[in-house]
Design a protein around this ligand. Structure first.
Ligand code: ADP
Ligand code: MG
Length: 293
């Protein structure tokens, strides 16, 4: 493209809230053949709310308030969006205390010591890793098939309860995804969340291909795998956990509403924080390249 076309294109992008880090990215975006979308905070608004709390029979955890005190206190040091929401919710039911020890397991959850008890808060993978083989209550699958994320709380190696979380799909997601498909792009969802939840969410927004239970490194592997097939990959994400994949994609697209590291790792930033911006960015790239040839 001519320097003039690039300047015009990046300027038009800025007017629409689409910021290209350099003219190169405006030029290369039109070659993308596959778009990978993160789920939480990208397809959804990223504002999870608690919908259900299930208390199981447990030696030390006898009431919902106990359960929320353990879960909320354990999550206090965490910076994960789910943790922030859980802490806020727990505070309305119990008074929380700083945990004695805390460790985070990326994409799985956390471990902390509260009142001398070892507390795990996270997904099934976290429980497996800590040798908890207890069968999950039927509610878990039930909630997941409706697209909710289920957080498991274990105290001293025994599951004490479940908390279901629901995150609203962004109002423009389904329409933007349909538009990308009409433009001939393959759209896939990549998420750290479990497969049940991912399947329900993907069906909801018209996505046929999804990958679930991914670590940040797994997201990179998927990008690389597609690239080895000779495909140009655009990756859209908002979180710390998306930063490595955004950096390894041919074009990384961050939501301006997301984490600073994801913006830093990306080639394009969408101020609006919704997927309509991805459509605009690709249309702009195509228009820019058309004008030159
Ligand atoms: P996503 O890719 O959907 O943005 P993440 O990779 O951040 O999700 O997290 C994947 C899953 O790990 C979450 O759905 C949740 O089950 C679990 N998880 C991660 N961190 C925490 C935490 N601090 N507390 C509870 N669960 C967590
Ligand atoms: Mg996310």
């Amino acid at each position: 493209a001519t320097p003039t076309a690039i300047v015009v294109g990046t300027g038009r992008g800025a007017e629409m809230g689409v910021f290209f880090k350099s003219g190169e990215h405006l030029e290369s975006l039109h070659q993308a053949s596959v778009v990978l979308l993160d789920k939480t905070g990208t397809i959804t608004i990223g504002q999870p709310v608690v919908t259900d709390v299930l208390l199981l029979k447990h030696k030390y955890v006898r009431t919902k308030s106990d359960l929320l005190r353990f879960a909320g206190s354990a999550e206090l040091p965490s910076e994960h969006p789910l943790a922030n929401m859980l802490v806020t919710f727990a505070r309305t039911h119990a008074s929380l205390c700083e945990p004695a020890h805390f460790s985070a397991f990326g994409g799985r959850g956390i471990r902390a010591v509260i009142e001398g008890h070892v507390v795990l808060v996270g997904n099934a993978e976290l429980m497996r890793e800590h040798n908890i083989q207890q069968q999950m209550p039927w509610q878990k699958q039930d909630w997941e098939t409706t697209g909710k994320t289920v957080i498991i709380i274990a105290v001293d190696g025994v599951i004490a309860g479940l908390i279901a979380i629901s995150d609203t799909v962004h109002p423009s997601s389904a329409q933007a995804i349909a538009k990308l498909k009409r433009m001939g792009l393959e759209v896939m969802m990549v998420t750290g969340d479990n497969a049940q939840t991912a399947r329900a969410m993907a069906a909801d927004v018209g996505i046929q291909h999804f990958y679930a239970e991914l670590s940040p490194e797994d997201k990179v592997c998927i990008v690389r795998h597609l690239q080895r097939q000779g495909r140009k990959v655009a990756m859209v994400g908002d979180g710390i956990n998306d930063a490595p994949a955004l950096a390894s994609a041919d074009i990384g697209i961050a939501l301006g509403t997301g984490a600073d590291v994801s913006v830093a790792a990306a080639d394009i930033t969408l101020i609006s924080g919704d997927l309509q911006g991805v459509v605009h960015a690709i249309e702009l790239s195509k228009a820019t390249m058309r004008n030159i040839r």
